[in-house]
Design a protein around this ligand. Structure first.
Ligand SMILES: [Fe+2]
Ligand SMILES: [Fe+2]
Length: 363
């Protein structure tokens, strides 16, 4: 007999390989340190977060919806009735939080696969702590969304990248797809959201989650950076392409069929004139983006994913030109530079201390 639930997806076949390691001693000291840190920094959602507190609706309503275009600042949006603005914000933010939640489920499953697939004992240990972390992240985002009125479906671009990362039999692709690309984008978005929201419960849970994510990202960077020099050219190029494809799908796919689609639906339900809104944004573009921090203007890929790939040795000129091409089709186009050389110069280094960076208030 097969036990099935009403809400599960059909099974997905994966090519995951499982590897035993008989050397139980530490070979990768930096990963062993991260594992100890991961164990020391465990927290318990039910104990450490006060779930009795309601969402502070007034503070929630001032939250920016999109991570890229601050359209809530334009005059047309500000002229809408309070209830309409509140409902657009609630739905837009719920869309983003829902995708954080679904991404966390993907991370939970990838982290548990890494326990099986990575060859070093230290790396298996670390992935075990990450698996526990990701379970907690799923738990807290789900609990917050329940208070906010429910979960929205996963964006197709994110689903596609999670599927590919789960299906590949290559553990380095899993690490790059999850720890560098998906978690890189997530860290950038968590930091921005935590910086800009005043809603106390959301700020609190983002603080806990971001601190864990900074460690997950460090694991990916430190492990991959060690492995890349030992790879052959063809293998390394394949890994570069995997990261490129994942970034492209997440960035262009989300613009096409994610948040925008969800917002257009909200606009139509709530009688918001989307054309008038867009015209107002276009006309006031300079004012509403003035004072936006430089890193924010670069966006999540150039601002954080590419610095991670560069550190790992996975940002050759060959792939950089493809990143430059597709990023010129995004809202961050203006900051990408005219050619690949200029583009490469604009890519910042990774922050020295990612955990401090993700919890800091200014760029
Ligand atoms: Fe997570
Ligand atoms: Fe994570």
């Amino acid at each position: 007999m097969e036990l099935k639930t009403d809400t599960q997806e059909p099974d997905m076949e994966t090519a995951m390989k499982v590897v035993y390691q008989w050397n139980y001693g530490s070979e990768l000291e930096e990963l062993r340190r991260l594992y100890v840190k991961g164990a020391q920094q465990q927290w318990v959602s039910e104990r450490d977060i006060d779930w009795e507190q309601p969402i502070d609706m007034a503070k929630f309503a001032s939250m920016p919806i999109s991570s890229t275009i601050p359209f809530e600042k334009c005059s047309y949006f500000r002229s809408l009735p309070d209830e309409t603005r509140w409902e657009v914000t609630r739905r837009g933010v719920a869309f983003r939080l829902s995708n954080f939640l679904h991404g966390e489920q993907g991370a939970l499953m990838v982290a548990s696969q890494l326990v099986n697939a990575v060859p070093h004992t230290d790396a298996k240990f670390y992935a075990a702590t990450q698996t526990m972390d990701e379970a907690r992240h799923v738990e807290v985002f789900a609990a917050y969304l329940e208070k906010l009125g429910g979960t929205q479906p996963i964006a197709p671009g994110l689903k596609n990248v999670l599927d590919e990362t789960l299906k590949t039999g290559n553990w380095m692709q899993k690490l790059v797809g999850m720890q560098i690309v998906v978690e890189g984008l997530a860290l950038f978005a968590f930091r921005r959201m935590r910086n800009l929201t005043e809603e106390p419960l959301l700020r609190e849970l983002l603080m806990y989650v971001s601190r864990d994510e900074a460690r997950h990202h460090a694991y990916g960077v430190q492990y991959i950076e060690r492995c890349v020099p030992e790879m052959g050219d063809a293998e390394r190029m394949e890994l570069e392409d995997f990261a490129l494809e994942a970034s492209r799908i997440l960035v262009t796919g989300q613009n096409d069929n994610g948040l925008i689609t969800s917002l257009l639906q909200a606009f139509s339900d709530l009688d918001v004139d989307a054309v008038a809104l867009m015209e107002s944004v276009r006309a006031e573009r300079d004012e509403i983006t003035a004072g936006m921090p430089r890193l924010q203007q670069l966006g999540p890929v150039a601002g954080f994913v590419l610095p991670g790939l560069k550190r790992c040795g996975l940002l050759s000129e060959r792939v950089a030109s493809h990143y430059h091409d597709f990023l010129q089709g995004t809202v961050n186009a203006a900051t990408m530079g005219d050619d690949v050389a200029e583009f490469m110069e604009r890519i910042p280094g990774l922050p020295e201390d990612t955990a401090a960076w993700v919890l800091s208030e200014v760029d």
